[in-house]
Design a binder for this molecule. Structure first.
Ligand code: TYD
Ligand code: MG
Length: 459
């Protein structure tokens, strides 16, 4: 009788909190309507949950003096992928657990299979999504051959860990966490209780065997990693792979890193032979200045720790409908509205009667506020149909009263612009006396208000 009774619990899909009954508002993260019911009936008691791998240290854990605790063996494995090494903080830490998130089709499987084929150590690539033949096809496209790369297609986390114990790989890749199931839980793969349980097993395995584990995770509509936020708390490193599927560029961002900084990014381009590392992204993101068209301006932005020159393109045209349209790709729409309001109010420019479209070239998403000045320049350039030379670039944040505010790492931006052959850079004039004394290989002009931009660039 007892066996027929199905035990269910409600989980918050946002933060993973549990509740015995359905509630409208999650008491832990405050989100509404996020609770779903899941079957959690454990098939056996916890004591039956026998050890599926031989624990390296089976001794009892007791409180220790911090002085007596040895330091972590952080010798890092070189992944042979410079961009990946960089975002991991200088290589792969032994025993770490790394979550790689991203939209479907962005290239997560390609990135990690490519690493598995480049690295010179034994790797176990577990796929619950593709067959062995499909993985082989992908590997053939990528090319490099690591003789010690093993593939395994199973979704039972216990079988996977048993095989891992036998094979003794130095790196494990799980593609993806949403396909794994633990036999102790009855709910479907991808449900919160499964994702939680499987990640927990993988984490214990990684910590006890010191084998690093990469976990691929899908991203939900809102851009979060599908499954509870809790996943992000369990793992050591969270990497996000982003970009526009229709463009070749991909950015690998660190959202969390227990062993390094979160400022680093890796840049790749997807081609027919997999992902290529891009060490000089600026050169690829700027189109040549042959046509002398209006509506385009170049921003000297910084992504992570790297200076990156990006082209911003605007189209301003009289609106035929009552309400003017605003659209932005790669840039925050609310920020665009704010910049338009500033231009209208402080400079009297008639954007209110125009449709405005803004695009960041290369399908890149920019969050650096220093791009404001280039956006404003591109908007005015399109409105007045005046071309801005491609030898000129901009770095400044625009404030609500039309002031141009300083941005971080100005020197680095100026140097990168000079290195790429730019002749003039506009920056904020605020507190930049030190900069004006320095000698750069490029002309540096200071602006304090948007009016100065109108005077200096569009006069
Ligand atoms: P994939 O790694 O399957 O994405 P994810 O695991 O994030 O869902 O990559 C999907 C896309 O990458 C696919 O549409 C084809 C493209 N691709 C290439 O352009 N070149 C290649 O060499 C490979 C392997 C994939
Ligand atoms: Mg995939």
């Amino acid at each position: 009788m007892n066996n027929l009774k199905v035990k269910t619990t409600f989980f918050c899909t946002n933060c993973g909190a549990e509740s015995p009954k359905w509630i409208g508002k999650c008491s832990s993260c405050g989100e509404w309507n996020t609770y779903t019911e899941e079957v959690v009936e454990k098939k056996s008691q916890t004591q039956e949950k026998e050890k599926i791998w031989k624990s390296a240290k089976s001794e009892k854990i007791i409180p220790k003096k911090l002085d007596e605790v040895g330091t972590l063996n952080t010798s890092r494995i070189n992944t042979r992928d410079n961009e990946l090494n960089r975002v991991l903080g200088g290589g792969l830490v032994q025993g770490s657990i790394i979550l790689v998130g991203g939209q479907p089709g962005i290239g997560k499987s390609t990135l990690l299979l490519q690493m598995a084929l480049q690295i010179s150590t034994r790797v176990l690539y577990v796929s619950g999504e593709e067959s062995e033949e499909q993985i082989k096809m992908r590997a053939n496209r990528i090319g490099n051959q690591n003789k010690e790369c093993f593939v395994y297609t199973d979704i039972n986390v216990h079988n996977i860990l048993k095989e891992a114990v036998k094979l003794e790989p130095n790196v494990i890749i799980i593609d993806s966490i949403q396909t794994l199931v633990s036999p102790y839980i009855d709910s479907t793969p991808g449900s919160i209780s499964q994702v939680k349980e499987c990640t927990g097993d993988l984490q214990r395995f990684a910590k006890e065997t010191n084998i690093p584990v990469f976990i691929i995770g899908h991203i939900n509509k809102e851009g979060g990693i599908a499954g509870p936020k809790l996943l992000e708390h369990i793992v050591d490193v969270v990497l996000q792979f982003e970009g526009d599927q229709h463009y070749a560029y991909r950015i690998l961002r660190t959202l969390k890193n227990r062993f390094g900084s979160t400022d680093e990014i890796g840049i790749y381009a997807m081609d027919v032979h997999g992902l290529k590392e891009i060490s000089n992204p600026s050169e690829l993101l700027i189109s040549p200045d042959d046509d002398q068209l209006s509506g385009s301006a170049i921003a000297a932005s910084v992504e992570g720790l790297r200076p990156l020159l990006i082209e911003t393109q605007a189209l301003v045209s009289p609106s035929i409908y009552g309400t003017p349209q605003r659209s932005a790709t790669g840039f925050d729409l609310r920020r665009l509205s704010m910049l338009l309001a500033v231009l209208e109010k402080r400079c009297g420019l008639p954007f209110g009667q125009n449709d405005v479209f803004l695009n960041i070239a290369g399908g890149i998403k920019v969050t650096d506020p220093s791009i404001d000045l280039a956006v404003v320049a591109a908007l005015i350039s399109s409105l007045h149909d005046i071309h801005i030379s491609k030898k000129v670039c901009f770095a400044g944040e625009v404030g609500l009263s039309g002031e141009i505010r300083p941005v971080s790492r100005v020197e680095q931006r100026i140097q990168e612009a000079a290195r790429l052959g730019f002749e003039l850079i506009f920056i904020s004039g605020y507190k930049s006396e030190i900069l004006s004394k320095k000698n750069f290989n490029i002309e540096v002009k200071m602006l304090s208000r948007i009016d100065d931009l109108l005077r200096d660039v569009f006069a």
